[in-house]
Structure formats: structure tokens, C-alpha cells
Design a protein around this ligand. Sequence first.
Ligand code: BTN
Length: 261
Amino acid sequence: MIIHRPPFIIHHFTSLSSTNDQLKAMAAAPEFTCVVADEQTAGRGRRARTWYSAPGDGLYLSILFLPRSDSSSRLPLTGLLAAVAVAETLIERGVAGVDIKWPNDVLAGGRKISGVLAEAVSAGSESLRLVLGVGVNLNHRSFPSELSESATSLAIETGERVIVEEFRDRLLEKIAQWYELWRRGASASIIDRWSRLSTYARGKQVVVMIEDEKLTGVTDGLTETGALRLVTDDGAVRTILAGEVTKLRTGADLSLRHSSA
Ligand code: BTN
């Protein structure tokens, strides 16, 4: 089924292996083509993880962007703007404690509620095609045991179900607004909004894994291309382009965990 939500053209499927893979295979698709599925049988996350994609419970969505070739340094900001749009839509729907963990994991009450998988596809001399995949946990009442500590959903957080299509359309409106700003080069607005929505932007004690390297330090804002600045324990300033960030557990966190174990 094809649904028109300008500027988006949404291709809706009942079941797909992965909406990102389906959109990547639609080689001649125009910009703003969207693929949505009620379920994914092989939903993918970052770092070769899987994305739990139970039928009807979540939003599984991929969008095609065709960025101009002179915007390559700003490409990482597309993931950040998607996280901003998700966070704003969740807040509008009454979710409390929304946060963004760098670069684009959206959390509620410290648990993951949404993730973004941005994949660039370019064939030979063709211009870049960017597939931005967004997964949002909406109506899940529970998760498989391996995710039950780390994942949450809008229904768990608010006690109410949402109509997936309504959430999708509102999210798409916000993504279109933020993408337009991105296209015009308004990076500072995106970074500013991201930073106001994220407790990870500044002053957060974190551990960052970059391949096999482990850094600990305190976050110190984002660069204009969306990289994370980290003041490491030895006082050096590192600019993190890609890596896995986790909150450093304090003594209080550890003893809390101990007493509830
Ligand atoms: C992550 O947090 O690791 C990213 C998760 C991205 C999941 C979405 S769901 C729609 C799209 N299709 C996929 O296979 N993955 C993304």
C-alpha cells in the first residue's frame, strides 16, 4: 500500500526482513520515499545488533534522503535530528524522562525507547543516498528477558497505547522540519536542540568504547558536525566521531543495584 504524506511517499508492508534493506533495494526511489513495516523479521541495530520488532507494537520506518555532495561533513547530524524528532514526539505524547544518549539513542527513564540506524548507499559516480532507519517502541507491554532491564516503550511509560500511524505521521512532520533546517545548513539549531534534550551533552561522566579502546571522562558538548567532545580523566580533550557511550555508574548507582539484586 502507498500512502502520500507530503513530502513523503510511504510504502507500507505487513512484514519485511528490515525496512532499511527494503529501501536500499529500491534503487530508483525518489527522495523522501519511506518504507514502513508492521513487523521486521530481521530488524537491524547499530554494531550488528538486532532490533526487536514485534508485530504491530512498534514503529519500524526508513526514509530515503539524497543529500547534496557538499554536505558530507554534516551527514552525522541527520542521525541527531532524527533522535530530536523522536524525543519531541514522545514528549508530546506524555512520555516523561526523555533523554538522548549520544549520538541518537532515545531513552525514557534511562531505558532505550528508540534507535536510529543511518546507512549511506552510493553506487559508483552516483550521488549519495542516505537511508535513515528509525525504530520506536510504542505499544510493547513487555520485552524478551535479555531486553527487559534495558528497553522500554511508550505504553510502559504512559500506561496508554497509541495508534502507530498517528505517531508515524507526527514523527514524519517533525523529521521533515528538522531535515529542512539541516538542508539549509542550520547545524547550530540542531545541535542546540539536541543538547537541550540530552543529559549526555555536557558534564556527564561516561565510559566510551572506541573499538578496543576504553576512555572515561566527562562530556563537553558537541562539535559543529555532531561529534562528542570528551575531557578524559587525564585532562586531554578527545573528539569522538563514533563509539559506544555508557553512563559511568557512580558508587550510589552500584549500591542501589546491589540492594535490589
Ligand atoms: C540502534 O539503536 O541500534 C538502531 C536501531 C534501528 C532500528 C530501525 S527499525 C527500522 C529500521 N530497519 C532496521 O532494520 N533497523 C532500523
